[in-house]
Design a protein around this ligand. Structure first.
Ligand code: ADP
Length: 522
């Protein structure tokens, strides 16, 4: 599990978003609610305030609350029915703006008890009347709850304000009292905001209480969802991790068509490309290893082949220098040395030919000629009357290096003679077969066993090394022939049965027939 997993981030983001949204919604809800309730309260205050302004201040001090506690004025309460117009009060009547009549007999003012909620309620909800000088018109203890509002009311403007009176938050409505078109005073009526504030607090508390639940639900939901969504990632990670370089053929499972499926497909495509290049690399490496091994063996074989005649040469010369006295003895040593030198020079020549063939730089003198001519020259060079011939009577044009081809045919004939007893037959045929011309060298000699047959074109391969070496061969003749014919765009085959004889065939493309078959001169 990664240190900072996507799952954690997604869950955190989800929770944060939800909490943020919840806060915004709750805030908006509370605000709207507050505004609506405030507007309702303001309307109610205006209705009562305007009613009070119309009817004017009471004559005497109020013995009781305008309404009993618990019975707040209803919004529908009409003016005139509201406070200040208790049935037991004899109002001074419109225009009667005196400092108040005599107090009712039956109701002496109650002892002031400002701590009583009841009284406070009564106090704030009771309209207070003020004259133009700002002094109370009803009871002297009435002070303006909102002096600023009072001033603008005396200026003719109605208004609401939220103020604090004696530490109590109050909503105050101020309105002018107008009699016959003149402002004669102002009225202020209030309403405690405590219950409204309590409401906001309660709402806030409820929302706060819901917060942990919302967080828990959002968190768990997000965790579950991301877990579900990320499950393919986990399985893909597992699968991908288990794919090693040795099993690049494996692929990730592709499920569905979503982004993860796409990712898996892309990954699989990459694996395929990786597998391909890896395979190519492995192939190239194997080729390299094989050719390196061939090179190593070739060098070892070549040194070994050179060492034998070299040893013979040194033995001949040193023994002659030490012990030979007569000219005959010297001559015999020289003959041995000469033969060894010849063997070596032939080997070196063959090695050189192979090296240039391998490097693709064997200089070829390409000419258009007839295969029968080249074959006849080869037979002449061998100079053995035992060789029978069978030449086709049609032209057999080829394009190639006469000298090299002649040596190939010569080599084949010499081999045939070498491995065929005097009683046997050796026959060279030249002819055409399809788009190719061929030289076939057949003998009735000892043949080559099945076990050796697939190898005789390999470098330094001899069926009987000791015997071949005694004949001066070191197993390079057929290998060079095969490479040389391949350079001419041709091919070599062999058929042989042990004890019955062999047939070596060289096929070459007919010159001028197939423009596509070009002889490489490199
Ligand atoms: P070398 O140069 O020593 O003659 P070659 O490459 O020509 O070697 O021949 C490889 C081996 O193939 C020989 O050692 C011999 O055993 C076998 N071989 C080639 N030609 C014949 C043949 N006509 N009949 C039987 N064996 C043959």
């Amino acid at each position: 599990v990664p240190a900072r997993s996507l799952r954690t981030s997604l869950t955190l983001w989800n929770v944060a978003t939800l909490v943020g949204l919840l806060a915004i919604f709750a805030g908006a809800l509370i605000l709207i609610n507050q505004n609506r309730l405030m507007a309702g309260l303001d309307n109610q205050l205006r209705d009562m305030g305007d009613g009070a302004a119309r009817s004017g201040p009471d004559a005497g001090p109020r013995p009781e609350a305008p309404f009993p506690p618990g019975r707040a004025p209803e919004p529908g309460l009409g003016p005139g029915q509201g406070f200040g117009m208790g049935p037991d009060m004899e109002g001074p009547g419109p225009g009667g703006l005196g400092p108040g009549g005599p107090p009712p007999m039956e109701a002496p003012p109650p002892p002031p008890n400002p701590m009583s909620d009841y009284r406070l309620v009564a106090n704030y909800r009771r309209p207070r009347f003020f004259g133009l000088d700002g002094g109370s018109l009803a009871s002297p203890e009435d002070v303006p709850m909102d002096p600023v509002g009072l001033r603008s009311a005396l200026g003719g403007k109605i208004g609401w304000a939220s103020v604090k009176v004696e530490g109590e938050p109050i909503r105050v409505y101020s309105a002018p009292m107008i009699r016959q078109g003149h402002i004669v005073g102002a009225v202020q009526i209030g309403r405690e905001l405590r219950d409204l504030d309590l409401l906001w607090v309660a709402q806030g508390r409820t929302l706060l209480a819901m917060l942990p639940i919302a967080v828990a639900v959002a968190g768990l939901g997000a965790y579950w969802l991301t877990n579900r969504a990320l499950r393919p990632v986990a399985s893909m990670t597992r699968d991908a991790a288990s794919i090693s370089h040795s099993d690049l053929s494996r692929r990730l499972a592709v499920q569905g068509e979503d982004e993860f499926a796409q990712l898996a497909q892309t990954f699989n495509g990459m694996l395929a490309r990786l597998e391909e290049s890896f395979g190519r690399l492995e192939g190239a490496y194997a080729d390299l290893e094989r050719s390196f091994e061939q090179q190593r063996r070739f060098t070892a074989d070549a040194s070994h082949e050179l060492r034998t005649p070299l040893t013979r040469l040194r033995l001949a010369t040193s023994s002659a220098l030490e012990g030979a006295k007569t000219p005959e003895e010297f001559r015999a040593a020289l003959v041995v040395a000469d033969k060894a030198a010849e063997t070596m020079s032939r080997l070196v020549q063959q090695l050189l030919t192979l090296a240039t063939l391998d490097a693709g730089v064997l200089p070829l003198r390409l000419e258009t000629t007839d295969l029968r001519i080249v074959a006849a020259e080869a037979i002449d060079a061998v100079g053995n009357p035992r060789v029978e011939t069978d030449f086709a009577e049609v032209p057999l044009p080829i394009r190639g290096d006469e000298e090299h081809l002649k040596r190939v045919f010569q080599n084949l004939v010499e081999n045939a003679l070498r491995y065929t007893p005097e009683t046997g037959r050796v026959r060279l045929s030249v002819g055409r077969q399809g788009t190719e011309v061929f030289v076939a060298v057949a003998d009735t000699g000892e043949g080559i066993s099945e076990q050796h047959l697939p190898h005789i074109f390999e470098r330094f391969y001899r069926v009987d090394a000791a015997r071949a070496r005694a004949d001066g061969g070191c197993g390079l003749g057929l290998a060079i022939a095969k490479d040389l014919i391949a350079t001419h765009g041709g091919r070599m085959t062999v058929e042989s049965k042990q004890g019955q004889g062999s047939v070596f065939r060289v096929f070459l493309p007919i010159a001028g027939r197939e423009p596509g078959t070009q002889i490489s001169s490199s």
